[in-house]
Design a protein around this ligand. Sequence first.
Ligand code: FES
Ligand code: FES
Length: 206
Amino acid sequence: MANKNENDTLVNDCDIITRKEFIAQTSAFTAAITITTSSTKKIINKLSAPAPGMLTVAMNVNGKEKTLEIDPRTTLLDALRENMHLTGTKKGCDRGQCGACTVLVDGRRINSCLHLAAMCDGVKVTTIEGLGTPDNMHPMQEAFLKHDAFQCGYCTPGQICSAVGLLKEGHAKTDDDIRELMSGNICRCGAYQNILDAIKEVQQNA
Ligand code: FES
Ligand code: FES
């Protein structure tokens, strides 16, 4: 037999539940959902937290936001090469003596082998890959090509990043200034004169 409840909803006798029962069941259901949601959040937080002993570092690299989970001892050079696979930046001495690893951090040239990636949270890093592409080269890359300013090319990404930083600093007035201010970038092939010519051309055209 069918009845009408107080809200005129047609229900079977066996389906009729009181308002009190309904509210009790709904509350239990809501509580269950709340517990499940907070448990899920805890699991998600646990999964997204860095593993013990690791650090989460976020930086902008060549215009792209990157978030890394790294060992606190990781250098910026290793983070670029090993974690982000940006192998344009070269590892020469790995102790701050050759300049092969030079990149720009917030526009300033630094030796990335001497810089911990953990110190780069929130900074803007530009590597040789971010300066230009083969189809759309940075003026300094074009000048290095034009002046044949490399032989083996191993030091070249660092030389170019360093030269870009040097011109931005604005301290180089003479050839000797350029030589002195580029002295942290060693070229074992001895392409120094051609490197100087390339930098001077970009400086004159700026
Ligand atoms: Fe960094 Fe040599 S690799 S200075
Ligand atoms: Fe070979 Fe500079 S071009 S080390």
